[in-house]
Design a protein. Sequence first.
Length: 528
Amino acid sequence: MTDAYSYIRFSSYAQTLGDSLRRQMKAAYEYATLNNLTLRDDFSFRDLGVSAYDRSNLEKGALSIFLRAVREGRVKRGSLLLVENLDRLTRTATYKAVALLGELVESGVTVVTLSDKMVYTAESLQDDRELFYSVMLFARGHGESKRKSELIAASYAGRRLAGSKIICNIAPGWLLKDKIAKCWLLDEAKSESVKRVFGLYLAGTSAHSICQTANAEAWPLPSMRSAHSNGWHVSLVRRVLKNPAVTGLYVERNGEEHPDFFPAVLSYGEFARAQVTADSRASFPRRRDNTRFNLFQGLIFCGYCGATMGYRDHGKKENHQMGETRRYYCSAHVRKATTTCKCRPGARETQRNLITGVYRLIADSITSDDELSRQNEELETARSVLIKVTERHARILDAIEYSDAPPKTLAPRLAAVEKQLEEATEALHQVHHRISASSSHTLDFDSVYDAISDALVTLDKSPEARDGLRLTLQRYVSKVYLYGREGLAYVVFKDTKEPHLIIASDTGVILEKTSTGIFHCVRPLLPK
């Protein structure tokens, strides 16, 4: 018996409540029974709620799986594909639809449309009348979908012109629909969750840690389907962090942007700063210690051979002969690649001295104002905001210049973006001004040292403090070369490639007295 495969599709999930699914299944079963075919129920294909106009069923739906099976030879030549109509297969442009039908029949698959009992094969399409008939059906299906798409787009445009803020039923989960006022409102509890996500992330907390905190404290989920959710997960945190709708921006499917469309949860500057932070973390090694005690992960290297310095917690202190349980070690020595780097300095002592030394070197750039202590980050964020707004402004100008009849909606959008451009330019100017003014208002080292000492006291108790300190170190430091025997380290900052020698242990010395009574500077060689 010949194998037959059914393909069932409709565009909206709402159609599952109607008769479409039952009707298509019944037609396929009756045709297979009447023609003595083996209907492969174990290998049937359904695209329920999947569009054929935008090629979703062809690119990522069940039909794409059937086509792959045909191309790989897993569907035998002479098999039948049963569909209700040709437009169930596709409603894309007519020439592409005809090419799809041609590929199927050339692969030996017979396409049967159950509504009109038409049978399409490579031989039957040699008949011009049958070919023209299929072209007509494809053209009609594409035309209907195209007209429907244009009507929906016109409806959305009309609502925007009428001042309605609700032009779609899908919005971020932290919003509520006010049908009377025809606008979106903030859900206070859910929007507060969004603010806390960004606040922790900008303070140095990872998406995984934010997820754990949110579940432990039962934060409201910023999701439309929160009642059916199993709680916070990492991908949800990352989606929130990447969603420009937190600034009020609405982006249509065609890429058209509408600033100030939704109520804003955060300023554009805060959102841009989060994107800059995410980009800087992308190339940074992910954590291997859940306790987050290794503040220099990915930054610290063996000064003798240049290999990465590993970090290990040996357990309870009373069971460890060297006293401190958390220690650094040369990864090359552990792999037996070298035998000269045997020193394993204590991590807490090393980190305390390194952090103090690092902050001693950058003390001149730390100002008394907490906002100015993030000057580099502010400057990078301000530049990023200005670049993005300038690009958006250029796109709108291009749309006006190259359109014979520019849409009326472009005028208010242009005015809004020009205001943003003016604000972004002024913000960058203000950051430059504050940086210049702050150069003569730096703290003395005693204040810096006291602040660092306070931070070090809380490191053992607060994972959030460790995350924040690690993020600060990552922002300034490029590499640290550690010399365990001498108790010294070279620190290389990101803005300069010149290494700075600092003390890395309580016994480390930079000035050493010789037998003749003359002091000389201890400077170990950097690894090649």
